[in-house]
Design a protein around this ligand. Structure first.
Ligand code: NAD
Ligand code: UFG
Length: 338
């Protein structure tokens, strides 16, 4: 196994995974339509790794365009990151999300079948668990309802991949359910670049830290948690990237599909993350407690034992590392990657 097709490879998690694939001796080939990332990411990857990664600018929902890649390249496995991910936008534009996310997965599987590419890793999410009755979340928990169309696309694609691999002998899908990725590559050259005002907590904090936003709004302090604020499992994006590299070895086993949680197994509240950021970077983050955000759950964190046992993977970075690296990227790129 050598050549890995990485869809969405110029995006936040994709770019970090491409770097770790190169570090591990793989040959990644990137496909991205640049709808939520920049071409300059390729230069940054080259600066970090010394490698000029092969890149195709195309839309994965367009069968004919995407087929060119399968005609030109010998592909051993695909890591499918390409997708739209803004929860709020998915409620406003559900068709766009179903068309882009579910559509691109179906086109991909059709091409994999035609060109006999048998291995795929899919970017799923903790959101597929909805609001379970207990924590931590285990892979065997029911996957039934998400709270928004974005989450529904993840559930649908998981099902499609399961149905496909069950009847197509030799095809294998690894469904990776990410918890909350934060942090950035140590170099500060690649990281998360939200468009407009960030929805997610860490990019909001870093924009307050750099003075672009005045204060953080903490969405509710009356949850049944350690300090009343929401609890999540924040995982360093480099650890997450390494989870993909570790998963590739699993393809030598016999299975049709398998799901893994990629998280640290630890919950951190909003105020704990704010405190960790202040301590790690010596910067004060002003905040105000406001109403709960509709659709939020109180607590989400992983049981990540299955990935540890099966893949030999576990996280290396702690929350202070995450806070330092997120800030380093924001500070080095105040106006984004140029
Ligand atoms: P991102 O937006 O940074 O990366 C996704 C990339 O896919 C972007 O570069 C975008 O341009 C590209 N893309 C989108 N639609 C495409 C299409 N039709 N054809 C080609 N390229 C397309 O997002 P990310 O945070 O790196 O997330 C990667 C994957 O992980 C997504 O599928 C996302 O849903 C999933 N995920 C992310 C999180 C998170 O919190 N970041 C959590 C769970 C799951
Ligand atoms: N929060 C605030 N203020 C903010 C932003 C967030 O208090 O400005 C709180 C939220 O209420 C929540 C916590 O910070 O308690 C984390 O919120 P995020 O928006 O950063 O993350 P979510 O857990 O809501 O969702 C994210 C992605 C989803 C993905 C999920 C699991 O947005 O797409 O992680 O991977 F499905």
């Amino acid at each position: 196994m050598k050549n890995i097709l990485v869809t969405g490879g110029t995006g936040y998690i994709g770019s970090h995974t491409v770097v770790e694939l190169i570090n591990a001796g793989y040959n990644p080939i990137i496909v991205d339509n640049l709808s939520n990332s920049k071409i300059q990411v390729l230069d940054r990857i080259k600066t970090i790794t010394g490698v000029d990664v092969k890149f195709y600018k195309l839309d994965c929902t367009k069968y004919d365009e995407f087929e060119e890649v399968f005609k030109n390249e010998k592909i051993d496995a695909v890591i499918h990151f390409a997708g739209l991910k803004a929860v709020g936008e998915s409620c406003q534009k559900p068709l766009l999300y179903y068309e882009n996310n579910v559509g691109s997965a179906i086109v991909l599987l059709n091409l994999m079948k035609k060109y006999d590419v048998k291995n795929v890793i899919f970017s799923s999410s903790a959101t597929v668990y909805g609001e379970p009755k207990s924590v931590p979340f285990y892979e065997y928990f029911e996957v039934n309802h998400a709270t928004n169309p974005y989450g529904e696309t993840k559930i649908m694609i998981e099902r499609i991949m399961q149905d496909f691999t069950k009847v197509n002998k030799g095809f294998k899908a690894i469904l990776l359910r990410y918890f909350n990725p934060i942090g950035a590559h140590k170099s500060g050259l690649i990281g998360e670049e939200p468009v407009g005002i960030p929805n997610n907590l860490m990019p909001y904090i870093t924009q307050v830290a750099i003075g672009k936003l005045e204060y953080l709004r903490v969405f509710g302090n009356d949850y049944d948690t350690v300090d009343g604020t929401g609890v999540r499992d924040y995982i360093h994006v480099v650890d997450l990237a390494l989870g993909h590299v570790a998963s590739l070895a699993k393809f030598s086993n016999d299975f049709s599909w398998i799901a893994y949680n990629l998280g640290t197994g630890k919950g951190t509240s909003v105020l704990e993350l704010v405190n960790a950021f202040e301590k790690a970077n010596n910067i004060k983050i002003p905040y105000k407690i406001v109403e709960r955000r509709p659709g939020d759950i109180a607590i989400s964190y992983a049981n990540a034992d299955k990935a540890k046992k099966d893949l030999g993977w576990s996280t290396k970075y702690n929350i202070i590392d995450c806070c330092k690296d997120s800030w380093n990227f924001q500070n080095k790129n105040p106006d984004g990657i140029k």
